[in-house]
Write a protein that binds this ligand. Structure first.
Ligand code: GLA
Length: 386
């Protein structure tokens, strides 16, 4: 069970490991994406919200140039490396995220100091809720504070994305890192991934966000993810546009004969999804559930048929929740796909309908237990001196 940082035990553990108290804590949230999937790396629009689930890192500056990392989730394991010299992958998968951020900071020419770190997180892992972005942003927050780098939230987000792209080998876009850095409690964040201009959109008081994790084990996610990105870039090239952001359905149809079937389908998803994000943002502002429902249903269908990133388990969960909510809720898969979670928007009184439908139908159909989170939104990166 993760320990709450407000709870003395987290601080006590730090002191026990490093023989001195922590000087500060950096926390960054996971996210759920309401709509706008796989549009970020095509310079399009996305509408995620930061969650209350977050990753917290206690830190203390060292006198030498070593970074030492422990995690409450991997007791007995630690990662240790020097900020001097070349940063390479280590044996610890979670430790590599810290190395990745240090690698990018060094490449940008920042002077870094050694630090002792202790990590805790309650962001569900492997569920498409961005536990890795939360870790990258929290680590960025530590170095930004300790080494007085004066980086903005946006700059920390970009460095987190570079860490994924150039060190972790995942060609992700900017969505997860930017909402983890700059999200605002009670709001979704509309991001224009071309200009990086954002707008906080208030989530109506009577709207609940329910996340249902399929718990389907995600496999080959990075290679499939990277292939989708290549398909999109090739489709853009064939349409002679810099990115799919500048493509239109008319242009797509006119160029269809030059494209492979996959290039056509991936581009079709992205072009239509960008339009859905803008319409969904307006519908959210009006608290217009029927429109949100149509747009989220269409988004899921497009991710299933055109982008081909759903699995029977997430399709099944969407179907179960759509049937349970009828006209009074909006449902779709969320995040990087190939398993992971679905997101439902509904009125508070309808949450029980989701819970009982999932209990009744999911396990019996797929032989896996789902996990349901009635999730609250949270704030982006916060660094506090203790
Ligand atoms: C992952 C990536 C994001 C985004 C989503 C899909 O979460 O990290 O950049 O592409 O998948 O929308």
């Amino acid at each position: 069970m993760p320990v709450d940082f407000r709870n003395d035990q987290f601080n006590d553990k730090f002191e026990q490991l490093y023989k001195a108290p922590a000087q500060g804590i950096s926390s960054a949230p996971g996210r759920v994406n309401l709509i706008g999937e796989f549009t970020d790396y095509n310079n399009g629009f996305v509408l995620p919200c930061a969650l209350e689930f977050d990753t917290r890192i206690l830190f203390r500056k060292r006198d030498d140039n070593h970074v030492i990392v422990h995690s409450l989730h991997y007791p007995g394991e630690r990662d240790k490396f020097s900020v001097d010299g070349e940063i390479r992958q280590g044996d610890s998968q979670w430790g590599n995220y810290i190395r990745a951020v240090v690698y990018v900071l060094k490449r940008q020419g920042h002077l870094l100091c050694g630090v002792d770190l202790l990590i805790d997180s309650n962001v569900p892992q492997g569920s498409g809720l961005s536990s890795s972005a939360a870790l990258e942003i929290a680590v960025g927050g530590v170095f930004n504070h300790l080494c007085q780098l004066n980086l903005s939230g946006e700059m920390i987000a970009l460095l987190g994305q570079e860490a994924e792209n150039d060190f972790m080998n995942c060609q992700c876009g900017i969505m997860d890192q930017l909402v983890s850095a700059n999200g605002q409690k009670g709001h979704a964040l509309l991001i224009d991934c071309q200009s990086l201009i954002t707008e906080s959109v208030a989530i109506p008081e009577d709207l609940s966000i329910v996340i249902v994790n399929s718990n389907y084990p995600r496999k080959l996610v990075d290679s499939e993810y990277n292939q989708r990105r290549i398909d999109c870039e090739q489709a853009a090239e064939k349409m002679s546009v810099t990115s799919l952001r500048d493509a239109t359905i008319e242009k797509l149809h006119a160029t269809r004969s030059m494209m492979s079937i996959n290039e056509y389908k991936r581009a079709h998803h992205v072009i239509t999804e960008n339009i859905r994000v803008i319409k969904a943002t307006q519908a959210l502002k009006r608290n217009d559930m029927p429109t949100l429902r149509d747009l989220m249903t269409a988004s899921h269908q497009s991710l299933k048929d055109d982008f081909e990133v759903t699995v029977p388990e997430t399709d099944g969960l969407v179907e179960i929740c759509q049937t349970a909510l009828g006209k009074s809720g909006a449902v779709r898969m969320t995040g990087g796909g190939f398993g992971g979670a679905i997101v439902c928007l509904c009125r508070h009184s309808d949450i029980t309908k989701i819970k009982s439908a999932v209990e009744k139908h999911y396990f019996s159909r797929f032989n896996i237990q789902a996990t349901i989170y009635v999730s609250k939104t949270g704030d982006g990166l916060q660094v506090t001196v203790l």
